[in-house]
Write a protein that binds this ligand. Structure first.
Ligand code: G6P
Length: 608
């Protein structure tokens, strides 16, 4: 996860920019850089590795400009060397960027056709060149950014500095967070309030799609349509910096909204974005091609991530998968092949049952792969191979961003397994990786349904029972959706395979029971529609979660519809997690529940 800093200051800002970058070190990075204006000219210093290398460069050749931008880079497109380090610049401007520009290849080809030469392997350089090109056509900096932003697809945040403009920075938020800080005759830009803590406690968080024009006087914020808007300014208490909620009421809300960014970061760790293929960060101590089956074990939300992965492994890698909740797996005395593989999924890496079933598998002579969010945890340390999820610290007890990152890693692993077993062609791998790259952007799009979901939550809050139905990977999604709702709102909710409806749960259906149909436009969509008809015929109130095209095909009366973006069906669970999480969250908020610490639940369950 890259870090962005910008300062329109009164005196030399290089030291302040590096200080702020230091506070963003926790996000992880492999190179760093800074650009300032020296007598109106752009000057950059960049260095591979830790910030100290950049600081050494600044000692050798100092920068004295009173306006600047800085960046810590977590490599996505291209190696973590100095050439690829940000800021990227043309003669006219320098830019820092966090996230992924999905359509960079297409934009690059267009710009190259205009004779523009590229120096780096990054997607970011496309932004620098595109804005620069717009300026070469006669646009001013603000107009050039305004013209370029709508052309960029993906989930990202940007910061711009322009040659000859000593009182202007531009920041833009589109799926990755960005905050503005207000000082005395100084204005700041940062990936979070923590970065700006040494300079100011007055912070405004940009909202999705916002972009801002910063001067020493302050900031003018515009929304996605270009309309000037006012966003609340908050005073951040010093002690709250470490565990900052941003402009969210609860950590869970913050964590739901962080997903485009952390999924992008996790993806960048598993996918070579330039080559369009999966590259696992560690060599696995076994060969997928030689396995006769795969065992998966986990608890709670992590278990549902495993259940979704079962569909992926079986379809893409043609490998049979056995999966059980860890509290059962550990005592079942299941026969496990020596040299076979058990996959263990856990956010905390400390869940007692998950740890015990991993140890059981080890004792049977199995290789264990830990898919874990806390890299220092027991499961992470004891697993034969660790595949980290890079969700960052998850505080809300109900897991959200760890879940979508688990799914991201699991799909990458299933693709790697398919390749190793010869069941997935290079073309199919590329198609799936291309789809994966779109996930952060699609998640940002799904988040835009929040207002509709908030309205719907008022209705759900009145229900005593809620049913979630789905087929294929939407079935475990239904289980996860129901778990989220019951965990934090205490409304009784059940997830079922839609095809099972007629074998029992249909008896529950009447006009008081909302039925949430999770129906991505996939191979089993028609079948799900038939199940919806069964619900409708019994007066059930349907809430349909699907995309616009599929919605048009159903012609059914629903209580509400939540429109998801068009997508490659394989990646649907990662994107569809968002409306399910938001629905549970807003229902609990409407009901006045303690969303982050629901009754009787613990974040890390270290007892049986
Ligand atoms: C607890 C949490 C759940 C989580 C489960 C497994 O029940 O409340 O959100 O899914 O434990 O935790 P783990 O850390 O192993 O993913």
């Amino acid at each position: 996860m890259c870090g962005i800093v910008g300062i329109v200051g009164r005196r030399s800002v290089a030291a302040q920019v590096t200080e702020a970058l230091q506070r963003l070190e926790y996000r992880g990075y492999d190179s760093a850089g800074i650009a300032t204006l020296e007598n109106g000219r752009l000057e950059r210093r960049r260095a591979e590795g830790k910030l100290v290398n950049l600081q050494l460069k600044l000692l050798q050749s100092p920068l004295s400009g009173a306006i600047g931008i800085g960046h810590t880079r977590w490599a996505t497109h291209g190696r973590p060397n100095e050439t690829n380090a940000h800021p990227h610049a043309t003669e006219r401007l320098a830019v820092v960027h966090n996230g992924i520009i999905e359509n960079f290849r297409q934009l690059k080809a267009e710009l190259q056709a205009h004779g523009i030469r590229f120096d780096t392997e990054t997607d970011t350089e496309v932004v620098a060149q595109a804005v620069s090109y717009a300026m070469a056509q006669g646009l001013g900096p603000v107009e050039a950014v305004a013209a370029t932003l709508p052309r960029l697809r993906g989930a990202f945040a940007l910061g711009f500095l322009f040659a000859g403009e000593s009182d202007l920075l531009i920041g833009a938020r589109h799926g990755a967070p960005l905050a503005i800080g207000f000082g005395e005759g100084e204005t700041y830009l940062g990936s979070d309030a923590l970065a700006l803590a040494p300079f100011t406690d007055a912070i405004t968080y940009l909202e999705e799609g916002d972009w801002a024009i910063l001067t020493r006087e302050g900031a003018e914020i515009r929304d996605i349509t270009g309309e000037v808007v006012t966003r609340p300014r908050q005073i951040i208490a010093a002690q709250s910096y470490r565990v900052d909620k941003g402009n969210h009421r609860y950590f869970m809300a913050k964590e739901i909204h962080e997903q485009p960014e952390v999924v992008g970061r996790t993806l960048a760790h598993y996918v070579d974005l330039a080559e369009d293929c999966v590259v696992l960060p560690v060599a696995l101590p076994f060969d997928f091609a030689k396995l006769s089956r795969l065992t998966i074990t986990a608890c709670g939300t992590a278990y549902y991530a495993g259940l979704i992965a079962k569909y992926w492994f079986e379809k893409l890698a043609r490998i049979p998968v056995e999966i059980d909740v860890a509290s059962e797996a550990r005592y079942r005395e299941a026969p496990l092949d020596k040299d076979g593989v058990t996959l263990v999924i856990s956010q905390s890496g400390e869940t007692a049952d998950t740890l015990a079933s991993m140890r059981y598998a080890k004792a049977q002579g199995q290789h264990t792969i830990g898919i874990v969010n806390v890299a220092t945890s027991t499961i992470a340390r004891e697993a034969s191979a660790l595949l980290p999820t890079l969700a960052g610290v998850e505080i809300g007890v109900a897991s959200t961003k760890a879940f979508s990152c688990q799914l991201t890693v699991l799909l990458c692993l299933a693709i790697a397994a398919g390749r190793a077993r010869g069941t997935l062609s290079v073309v199919d791998e590329r198609r799936l990786v291309d789809a994966l790259i779109t996930v952060p952007g699609l998640m940002a799009e799904a988040l835009r349904q929040e207002q509709e979901i908030e309205q719907l939550a008022r209705e759900i809050a009145k229900a005593k029972n809620v049913l979630y139905l789905g087929r294929g990977t939407a079935y475990p999604m239904a289980l996860e959706g129901a778990l989220k709702l019951k965990e934090i709102s205490y409304i009784h909710a059940e997830g079922y395979a839609a095809g099972e409806l007629k074998h029992g749960p249909i008896a529950l259906i009447d006009e008081t029971v909302p039925v949430i149909m999770i129906a991505p436009h996939d191979a089993v969509f028609e079948k799900t529609v038939s199940n919806m008809q069964e619900v409708a015929a019994r007066g059930g109130r349907i809430i349909l979660v699907t995309d616009a095209k599929a919605m048009a095909l159903t012609e059914m009366e629903t209580m509400a519809t939540l429109t998801m973006p068009d997508l490659e069906p394989t990646i649907a669970p990662i994107v569809y997690a968002i409306p399910l999480q938001l629905l549970a969250y807003h229902t609990a908020v409407v009901m006045g529940k303690d969303v982050d610490q629901p009754r009787n639940l613990a974040k890390s369950v270290t007892v049986e």
